[in-house]
Design a protein around this ligand. Structure first.
Ligand code: GDP
Ligand code: MG
Length: 204
C-alpha cells in the first residue's frame, strides 16, 4: 500500500499530575519505565515510527503539564487525545470531566461529538485500585462511547494497544477529512496552577 499520509498523526496526553502520562509514553516509545519519573514541566514531544501496512508513519506524542500552547501540533497534524487517570486515585478519575471540558473549550473541534478521544486507566498493576471498571465504562458511555483501556506503564499492560487504538483512529480520520485540522489553530490548557509560572517560558 502506498498511501500518502498528508498530516502527521499527533497524540496529546492529558490528565491529572501523577497518573502516569510520561510513563505511558516512555513505555510505548522506549519500552522502559522509571520509578522516579521527573515531573513534566510544560510539554514534551516524543516521536515513534509505526508501520501501517507498508507505510512507515511518524507518530508525534505530546506529553503535557500545566499551561502550554500546542499551536504547532494543531497546525501540523491530525490530533487525537488520550485522557489518562490513575485507577488508584478517585480524584484523578473525577478530573476527567474537567480535562474533557477544558480540552473541548480550548481546542474547539468542529465536531466535538466525534472527536477521537480514548480513556486510559493506568496503574492496574497496583493492588489498591479504587475506581471500578464499571464506573469508567459508564462514564465513557455518557461521553460518546469513548474507548477505554486499562493499562500499566510499569508492566507494559495494554500500553501498545491503547496507543495503537488512537493511531488507527488517526489514519481513519486522516483519510476521511484532511480539512478537519484547520479549526485547531491554537490550544491552551491551564492546569495545575502551580505549574503555570514555570511553564510560561514555553513559547508557541
Ligand atoms: P504524569 O505526571 O502523569 O506524567 O505521571 P508520571 O509518568 O510522572 O508518573 C507518576 C508516578 O507514577 C511515577 O513515580 C511513576 O513511576 C508512577 N507510575 C506511572 N505509571 C505507573 C504504573 O503503571 N504502575 C505503577 N505502579 N506506577 C506507575
Ligand atoms: Mg509527566
Amino acid at each position: 500500500m502506498n498511501r500518502e499520509i498528508k498530516y502527521l498523526p499527533q497524540v496529546i496526553l492529558i490528565g491529572d499530575i501523577g497518573v502516569g502520562k510520561t510513563s505511558l509514553v516512555k513505555r510505548y516509545v522506549e519500552q522502559g519505565f522509571s520509578i522516579k519519573e521527573k515531573a513534566t514541566i510544560g510539554v514534551n514531544l516524543s516521536t515513534k515510527e509505526v508501520t501501517v501496512d507498508d507505510d512507515v508513519v511518524t507518530l508525534q506524542i505530546w506529553d503535557t503539564a500545566g499551561f502550554y500552547c500546542l499551536k504547532s501540533a494543531f497546525k501540523r497534524g491530525v490530533v487525537f487525545c488520550m485522557l489518562a487517570f490513575d485507577v488508584t486515585s478517585y480524584s484523578s478519575f473525577e478530573g476527567l470531566d474537567w480535562w474533557l471540558d477544558e480540552f473541548l473549550l480550548r481546542a474547539r473541534p468542529r465536531d466535538p461529538v466525534n472527536f477521537p478521544f480514548i480513556v486510559v486507566g493506568n496503574k492496574v498493576d497496583l493492588g489498591n485500585r479504587i475506581v471500578s471498571n464499571r464506573e469508567v465504562n459508564e462514564w465513557c458511555q455518557r461521553n460518546n462511547n469513548m474507548p477505554y483501556f486499562e493499562t500499566s506503564a510499569k508492566e507494559g499492560t495494554n500500553v501498545d494497544l491503547a496507543f495503537q487504538a488512537l493511531f488507527w483512529n488517526a489514519l481513519k480520520q486522516e483519510s476521511n477529512s484532511s480539512e478537519e485540522t484547520d479549526s485547531f489553530d491554537t490550544i491552551r490548557l491551564q492546569l495545575p496552577d502551580n505549574y503555570c509560572e514555570k511553564s510560561k517560558e514555553y513559547k508557541c
